[in-house]
Ligand binder design. Structure first.
Ligand SMILES: Cc1cc2nc3c(=O)[nH]c(=O)nc-3n(C[C@H](O)[C@H](O)[C@H](O)COP(=O)(O)O)c2cc1C
Length: 195
């Protein structure tokens, strides 16, 4: 055995989406975020396209980003903007000092379809999430619709050809680690063909 099976299985099952509202406010150090992103890059990706482009917002930049994104949400929602949601977005920058914007550099003229690069990004995010879990740090992948509007893209600083695949929030959870989640039983999702 090359790795502890029991540790690996535990790590996978222990991973939970923990929203920034449940973060304690304890700072995550840059070295940890660097490690998380370093190993994100080892995700599988067809043709070694390595489509992930991360923009990492730490500390005051994270606060500023969320202020700008709350404005972007308000502009996007117009008359139907909900003030509580504006506050919620802004407050995330107060609770979370490490926010990774997940940009996808997909070559439309290239050999591989968009979905394969998106799948590669999802695998990279899973790597990130598992490393966070191993540190006892929460992660949260958030994909609100307004992130694709131009004010939000500008706040993040994406070049025109980068597709937005959401934000990944990183932070220590307040109190106990959340309990195990739920999944459909294996019988429901797997058919075995044996002869
Ligand atoms: C591609 C993707 C996008 C997601 N976007 C959101 C989101 O916008 N808001 C949200 O609350 N959760 C989002 N999630 C997290 C899921 O809600 C979460 O994974 C699910 O509830 C299962 O919980 P668990 O991750 O703790 O097992 C997203 C997950 C994935 C894979």
């Amino acid at each position: 055995m090359r790795h502890s099976i029991s540790d690996t299985l535990q790590l996978i099952a222990d991973r939970r989406s923990i929203p920034p509202e449940k973060f304690s406010g304890r700072r995550v150090h840059k070295e940890i975020v660097e490690q998380v992103l370093h190993f994100a890059r080892w995700a599988p990706n067809h043709g070694l396209t390595q489509p992930w482009r991360f923009r990492v917002f730490m500390d005051d930049a994270a606060k500023r980003l969320m202020v700008d994104l709350s404005d972007a949400y308000r502009a996007h929602a117009g008359a139907s903007a909900i003030e509580a949601k504006v506050d919620k977005i802004r407050n995330r920058g107060e609770r979370c000092n490490a926010i990774v914007a997940l940009g996808l550099d997909h070559d439309e003229e290239g050999r591989f379809p968009l979905w394969e690069d998106q799948a590669a990004m999802a695998a990279a995010v899973q790597n990130m999430h598992l490393i966070c879990t191993a540190h006892g740090i929460g992660g949260y992948w958030s994909t609100p619709g307004f992130l694709s509007n131009s004010a939000a893209r500008q706040a993040i600083g994406y070049a025109d050809d980068i597709l937005s695949m959401g934000l990944f929030y990183i932070g220590y959870p307040e109190g106990e680690w959340p309990r195990r989640g739920h999944r459909k039983p294996l019988e429901y999702v797997a058919d075995w063909i044996t002869d």
